[in-house]
Design a protein around this ligand. Structure first.
Ligand SMILES: *Cc1c(COP(=O)(O)O)cnc(C)c1O
Length: 369
């Protein structure tokens, strides 16, 4: 990491996250033609880095949309039949909502918020009814729960289903090895653990998944993965891409690949552990008033959701932390006021996180006095 890492290292929001100055500067470059050698070689460089990031030799699709677009792409190109959605928070619930919106037959396998799916329960459900696909959130950003997507995919395969993985706060922070784990479809967004501005989404599909997708007739046009595959193989995109965001990605993705995924995963794991230890210490000072929402052993490396005592609201905490110069996130969905979330992903470091947690300490100690 050669340039100064962070704009100022104060933005611990769980997406978008902080973007380094060199990446922001790349956004101001003049336009280039998207059907031409300059664009194609840029896309080629991005492919090289993205393949390292996803652990794949497959082409990586780059969509000029937010991540939700590629969640819809996954559902629209899934094999015919019922889709089972594992729902343990707001984003996995969105996957289930997309299944409905695309008029696919779907069922929800509800898991208590804060928990990961019990793999035996999943296996039993899949044995009891024939499903064509399973949807799952790798890192459920609303609660900070990490799910073992390798095991979920294996169980899906044992029961004749494919697995569609939303790894929006996973890819780049949590271990994910697309080829080795024999995943079918995995997607992420630019604004989370890849520390890019919002507006791009990235996905990989297995060869078999793309082949069967060709037979699905409701793929639509903008999010058709068969089109993405065809164009990606030529280092192009089906439509006019968000060229400025590609310039930014062309700067950032090689930084990520150069850090190496093992080092990056370890850095994120260390930030998550530090945050959870900090919550425990803070809670101990205040009579056990706070707790990490996700169960131990299933905690996301990129985001920690923290349950608050009933005496304070999320907005009060955010305002107090802001007074000390740091931005953290509110709770999400039904937990908006009863929890807060700290996003420790992307280019953030343990040292930067310490400063954020020190600011949070000051805020909490004043509020809970
Ligand atoms: C942020 C997020 C999304 C939605 O991404 P958009 O880019 O806003 O469409 C989906 N899933 C998870 C797990 C996320 O964290």
């Amino acid at each position: 990491m050669t340039d100064s890492l962070l704009t100022n290292g104060t933005f611990f929001f769980p997406g978008p996250t902080e973007v380094r100055p060199a990446v922001l500067a790349a956004l101001t470059q003049p336009m280039i033609a998207h059907r031409g050698p300059a664009f194609e070689s840029m896309y080629g460089r991005m492919q090289d880095a993205l393949q390292v990031i996803f652990g794949t030799t497959r082409p990586v699709y780059v969509s000029s949309s937010s991540a939700t677009g590629l969640m819809e792409a996954a559902v629209r190109s899934a094999p015919a039949g019922r889709i089972l959605s594992i729902v343990n928070g707001a984003f996995s619930a969105r996957f289930a909502a997309i299944v409905q919106a695309c008029a696919r037959d779907g069922d929800v396998l509800d898991v208590e918020w804060g928990k990961a799916i019990d793999l035996d329960v999943l296996a039993e459900r899949l044995r009891g009814m024939r499903y064509a696909a399973v949807t799952v959130a790798h890192s459920e950003t609303s609660t900070g729960v990490l799910t073992d997507i390798r095991a979920v995919t294996r169980i899906a395969h044992e029961n004749g289903a494919v697995c569609l993985v939303d790894s929006v706060t996973g890819v780049g922070a949590a271990e994910l090895r697309f080829d080795e784990w024999e995943l079918d479809f995995a997607l992420t967004g630019s604004q989370k653990a890849l520390a890019l501005p919002p507006g791009l989404a990235f996905a990989v599909a297995s060869k078999a998944f793309v082949e069967q997708a060709g037979a699905q007739h409701a793929r639509g046009l903008y999010f058709d993965i068969v089109e993405f595959e065809t164009y990606a193989l030529r280092n192009q995109t089906p439509n006019t891409p968000a060229i400025s965001l590609f310039f930014a990605a062309d700067v950032q993705l090689p930084f990520i690949a150069a850090e190496t995924m093992a080092v990056r995963w370890a850095r994120h794991a260390a930030m998550a552990k530090r945050t959870c230890d900090w919550v425990d210490a803070l809670s101990a000072r205040h009579g056990g008033a706070l707790e990490v929402a996700a169960t131990p052993g299933h905690r996301s490396p990129s985001v920690t959701s923290i349950g608050l005592p009933s005496s304070i609201t999320g907005s009060t905490v955010l305002a107090a932390v802001a007074q000390h110069g740091f931005t953290i996130g509110s709770g999400y969905g039904k937990n908006r006021e009863t929890s807060i979330r700290i996003g420790h992903m992307g280019d953030h470091t343990l040292e930067g996180l310490e400063r954020c947690l020190a600011a949070c300490d000051l805020a909490f100690d004043a509020l809970l006095r």
